[in-house]
Design a protein around this ligand. Structure first.
Ligand code: PLP
Length: 420
């Protein structure tokens, strides 16, 4: 092999043209479609470059200053930089930045405090909870005894009195507060009171709202929950990955549960990119960004309401909302498919007390983190609501869909990503 190819980690000497073509195609897709998936974002060029660096070559099992491999002096500095920045960002005294993903972070917390058969009380999946909080195929559903709380059938908001009642009945060892498709503020203090009343640990899974918490537009769980788990790639806008925050007193059990408990070597290239993401999130401009995400979400939600769409819980406090399509005579599955054909990318989603199965669903989930990163504002939210409604109302009209697809391209071309 040409020596140049070995040492050159930019892509000027392309060997795998097949792959480069696919990556280019995906870049074009991300640039030409409207990304309304609530869990996606456009991370910075610097984060991407850092992930694609030589840091991927290093084995570093263990923790800074205590590794199982030689040659770790620099990765130690990198991981410490990530840890210090994360603690500063979330105002914490301990964090672990090694979890490969949000689910890995959750798994490590479970491993650190639970035994097989222990009880967990978590949010019902159908009402916004996450697979890793007790789905029967997930490790949680297989090894723990799960009970779930639902949202109030009328208000579609978490009923804390009901959570308290259920906690008193099931006496869980762990209560989980956190969701993937819940559009309202989560009151961690109320969860704390309930956990204390029944002697349970409290874990806040802030995977979705981590960036909103970092940006000061959602109350924090840090200092309230025993454990906070997060992803770094959703509203936090960093590389794909996870992290755990807790009080220092749990550092021993958490570190052990991440490595060697549930992972091997840390992804040093991703940890380096997490450090870059934390620096970006510490910049005052990130607060502005977080605020704009919520402003856009509220605006888009209201424009949809004006067009006669029923919004689950009547509105939103965060970066996402759920639309119940029942009165429009279309399922979530059908709506997501037809919108995708017009270049509007979002996902079908179950709504509270959904009568349809999770592959069909009565709703769609709409989120604004990505379009806000692109620089879109209220004016664009109006255009997006118009287009979504137009596609749904003309779903059998191929020329109407083609017309919207062009409008989408026109709109996103005014807010280019990765263009320099
Ligand atoms: C997205 C999400 C996760 C999972 O994160 P992955 O990085 O995909 O493993 C965990 N919990 C909640 C609440 C989420 O929304």
């Amino acid at each position: 092999m040409d020596k140049k190819n070995l040492i050159n980690h930019t892509i000027s000497n392309v060997v795998d043209e097949e792959m480069q073509t696919l990556i280019k195609k995906e870049l074009d897709r991300q640039r030409s479609q409207l990304i309304l998936i609530a869990s996606e974002n456009f991370t910075s060029q610097e984060v991407i470059k850092t992930m694609g660096s030589v840091m991927t070559n290093k084995y570093a099992e263990g923790y800074p200053g205590d590794r199982y491999y030689e040659g770790c002096a620099i990765v130690d500095e990198i991981e410490e930089l990530a840890i210090n920045r994360c603690n500063k960002l979330f105002n914490s005294n301990y964090c672990n930045v090694q979890p490969h993903s949000g689910v890995q972070a959750n798994t490590a917390v479970f491993l650190s405090i639970l035994n097989c058969g222990d009880k967990i009380l978590s949010m019902n999946l159908r009402d916004g909870g996450h697979l890793s909080h007790g789905h029967k195929q997930n490790l949680t559903g297989r090894y723990f005894d799960i009970s779930t709380y639902s949202v109030d059938p009328e208000t579609e908001v978490i009923d804390y009195e009901n959570v308290r009642k259920l906690a008193k009945i099931s006496k869980p060892k762990l209560i989980i507060a956190g969701a993937s498709s819940y559009s309202r503020i989560i009151d961690y203090k109320k969860f704390r009171e309930i956990a204390d009343e029944v002697g349970a640990f409290l874990m806040a899974d802030i995977a979705h709202v981590a960036g909103l918490i970092a940006g000061g537009v959602h109350p924090t769980s840090v200092g309230i929950a025993d454990f906070t788990t997060a992803t770094t790639h959703k509203t936090l806008r960093g590389p794909r990955g996870g992290l755990i925050i807790s009080d220092k007193k749990y550092s021993g059990i958490i570190n052990k549960s991440v490595f060697p408990g549930s992972q091997g070597g840390p992804l040093m290239h991703v940890i380096a990119a997490k450090a870059v993401c934390f620096k970006e999130a510490l910049d005052p401009s990130f607060k502005e960004y977080a605020k704009k995400i919520v402003d856009n979400s509220k605006a888009l939600c209201n424009f949809m309401k004006e067009k006669g769409y029923r919004i689950v819980s009547g509105g939103t406090d965060n970066h996402l909302f759920l639309v119940d399509l029942t009165n429009k005579g279309i399922t979530g599955y059908e709506a997501a498919e037809v919108l995708a054909s017009a270049g509007i990318i979002l996902n079908k989603n179950v709504i509270p007390y959904d009568q349809l199965n999770p592959n069909i669903t009565s709703g769609i989930r709409i989120g604004t983190p990505a379009v806000t990163t692109q620089g879109m504002g209220i004016e664009e939210m109006q255009k997006i609501a118009d287009m979504i409604d137009y596609v749904i109302m003309h779903r059998n009209n191929t020329s109407a869909i083609a017309e919207v697809k062009n409008k989408v391209k026109d709109l996103v071309s005014q807010f280019p990503v990765y263009s320099n």
